[in-house]
Structures are given as C-alpha cells and as structure tokens.
Design a protein around this ligand. Structure first.
Ligand code: CP3
Length: 346
C-alpha cells in the first residue's frame, strides 16, 4: 500500500501541500497509447458506458503520467440522455444533437433526470475507479455547466459564438430560464450522486460561457452556477472551469467555487491578483506549449511556478484539454518539473 497522496486535496482546501499538485484535463485521451489500446474502435460513449474499461483508462493515465489526481472517465453530454436528448459524439467534431432544442414546448417536454437510472454506469465506473486507484490519488468527478450544455442542445453542434443559444436567451427569456433551471437541477443531482459514490472533488465545465459579456453572464447564467456551488458546499472541493473568459474572473469568484481553472490568455500572476486570495487557481499552461515541448515549454512551466510561489491553492494544469498530438513524455516532464520545483524543504 502506497502512502496516500493528499497534495491535490490539500491545495484545494487552502493547506500547504508537500508539492504543488498536477493533473491535466483530458489526461485519459487519444494522445496516450494505453488509451488507444483499450478504446480500439469503440466510440467514446461506449467506453464511458463500460465501468471496467472506463476505470482502466483513468488508472492507466494516472500511472503513465505520475499525476496527483484522476478524473472520472465520462463526457459532459451523457446525463442529457436522461432528459431525452438524443446525440452522438462525432470523432474530431464533438457532440451533435439530433433534434436541437429551440422552442419553449421542447424545453417543457424535457424528461426528469434520475442519476441511478440514467447514468448508473458512470456511478459504477466511479466505484470501480476508486477501487483500482487504491487510494493512491484522489478522483475528480465532473459535470458540464448549464450554459455549456444548453449551448450544445440549442446549437445542435459545436459552435464558436453560440449565436442561436444567445438568440434564445434574448428572444425567449422565459424558455431560457426554464431550460437553465432544469439543467441546474440535473447538474446538482448528478454531482451529488457522484459525491455519494465517492469522488473527492468536482469540476464544473462551463467551457464556452466566455462568449457572454459580464452583464449577460450575471443576467442569464451566474445565479444557476451559484446554486450548483451552494448545493455542494461543505461536501467536496468545487472547481470552476472556463476558457477564454478573463473578463469574467470576478464573477466566477462570486459563484462560491473553491478554485478557478483559468486558461493561458490571462497571466496567472494577474489572475492571483484579481482573485485576492478568495479562491485557489488551477492552471494555466497553454496546451500547445505542452504539445511543443522543449525549452519553450520549460520556460512556460517555470514562469507559472514563479508567479504562483508562496500562494496557497495552486493546482498546476493546462489552460484547456491535452491536445491529440501531445507526446506523453512532455506531460511527464511537466509533472517532474512541478514536483521538483515546489517540493517543501524539510
Ligand atoms: O481525462 C479526461 O479528461 C477524460 C474525461 C472527459 C471526456 N470529456 C472524454 C472525452 C472529460 C472531462 C470530458 C469533458 C468534455 N466533453 C467537455 C468539457 C471540457 C472541455 O474540453 O472544455 C466538453 C466540451 C466535451 C464535449 C466533447 N466530447 C468534445 C468537444 C469532444 C472532442 C471531439 C473530438 O473528437 O475531438 C468530445 C469527445 C471526447 N470526450 C474525447 C474524450 C477523451 C475525445 C474522443 C476520444 O478520445 O475518443
């Protein structure tokens, strides 16, 4: 039995860890040979539906990289099946919804989500993963956030500016708020069931909400995120993730999250300054630096560590998910650099 690695949870709780913890979004993914071998030709949704294989790819990634936390293998789209939303995840494209949700009638007819019934396989996968990890590292659960999920439901396919989603927000505010309320209920139930099945922390992915102005964020989204964060208060650490959203940092702090996961567009020193010690920060190396490797990558890592030195609540990560062409050795080098560069002096 190995000694328990508490660095990630220590950092999340504002305690000083024995080294700065590291994990990567999409650390179990196609860039990793062990993942490709397990996945074969299966669609990502089929892999997620098999608790034995899903737990295996999580553990493979943790072992291959030497990271300080694992993340549940699932996809943000999966619980939407419980609402009656039919979708596929198209390789190299992303989620495609068969019948986009655009009218208030469609919003009203969404079904009620039941975690055990609709995503029982995710919950079984969590238990299998925890058993296989044997407490070596903690396990992070996750959910998409209401806005980002609504984005896929309304657009029907990945979109850069989410124009149809915003149009629904502006033209049909009642339908919008009903949709956000239903998704908020679903996310609260989904995350609390993950917590009761043993996850040690949760991350809420509001990947695309950076396309809103701060004013619209407050009018159409912020209260729902607060409700989710509040529903989990006192249980496990809560991480909020959003890309491309430097203009929303203060609003994200106000949601009550314990950590903000920020991307590389905002210098982490400035992020620390603007959060004024109210939250921890996760991030924020550019995934393209992790893919490129070499001196440019090492400089990026050193810079983030220098700007975060002495701060409580830093979790080292990339600003977004690992890119497909990333050599796994680059990620191992990042882990070694962060661990060696931050080890507490005895
Ligand atoms: O280690 C991990 O992080 C894996 C677990 C995980 C997956 N999806 C599996 C997956 C997580 C945390 C997600 C979250 C997710 N899914 C998000 C939020 C994070 C973000 O990137 O902002 C979003 C927006 C999705 C929707 C989605 N699913 C996209 C955009 C894609 C990429 C499509 C492609 O082929 O490039 C997917 C597919 C997907 N989900 C993959 C993985 C590992 C890649 C396909 C594969 O490996 O087969």
């Amino acid at each position: 039995m190995t000694e328990k690695n508490t660095t990630f949870l220590d950092a999340c709780r504002g305690k000083r860890p024995s080294h700065t913890p590291v994990w990567f979004m999409r650390q179990a993914g196609r860039y990793l040979p062990a993942y490709r071998k397990v996945k074969g030709v299966m669609p990502v949704t089929a892999l997620a539906r098999d608790p034995d294989l899903a737990s295996q790819v999580v553990v493979d990634a943790v072992q291959a990289l030497g990271v300080d936390a694992g993340i549940v293998f699932a996809d943000i789209m999966l619980p939407l099946e419980g609402l009656g939303v039919d979708f596929t995840i198209v390789e190299n494209v992303g989620p495609v919804v068969k019948k986009p949700i655009r009218t208030s009638d469609q919003v009203e007819s969404l079904e009620t989500f039941d975690p055990e019934e609709d995503v029982g396989y995710v919950l079984d996968g969590i238990e299998a993963t925890i058993q296989k990890l044997d407490e070596a590292v903690p396990l992070i659960g996750f959910s998409g956030a209401p806005f980002t999920l609504a984005g896929y439901m309304v657009e029907g396919r990945p979109s850069k500016d989410l124009e149809k989603t915003k149009e629904m927000m502006y033209r049909q505010p009642e339908a919008w708020h009903l949709l956000m309320s239903k998704l908020t209920r679903m996310v609260c139930d989904y995350l609390s069931s993950q917590v009761s099945h043993g996850v040690d922390a949760v991350q809420l992915f509001d990947s695309w909400v950076g396309c809103l102005s701060a004013e619209d964020y407050r009018a159409y989204v912020g209260d729902y995120t607060k409700e989710i964060m509040t529903s989990l208060r006192g249980s496990v650490p809560r991480i909020h993730f959003c890309a491309n959203s430097a203009h929303l940092i203060e609003d994200f702090v106000d949601t009550g999250a314990d950590l903000l996961s920020v991307d590389w567009r905002l210098g982490i020193g400035e992020a620390w300054g603007r959060c004024r010690g109210r939250v921890g920060i996760q991030g924020n190396l550019d995934p393209v630096l992790a893919l490129s490797g070499g001196e440019a990558m090492r400089r990026g890592v050193r810079e983030i560590l220098a700007q975060s030195q002495g701060r409580l609540g830093h979790v080292f990560s990339l600003g977004h998910g690992v890119l497909r062409e990333t050599p796994p050795e680059n990620l191992r080098e990042i882990v070694r650099m962060v661990h060696q560069g931050t080890k507490a002096k005895a």
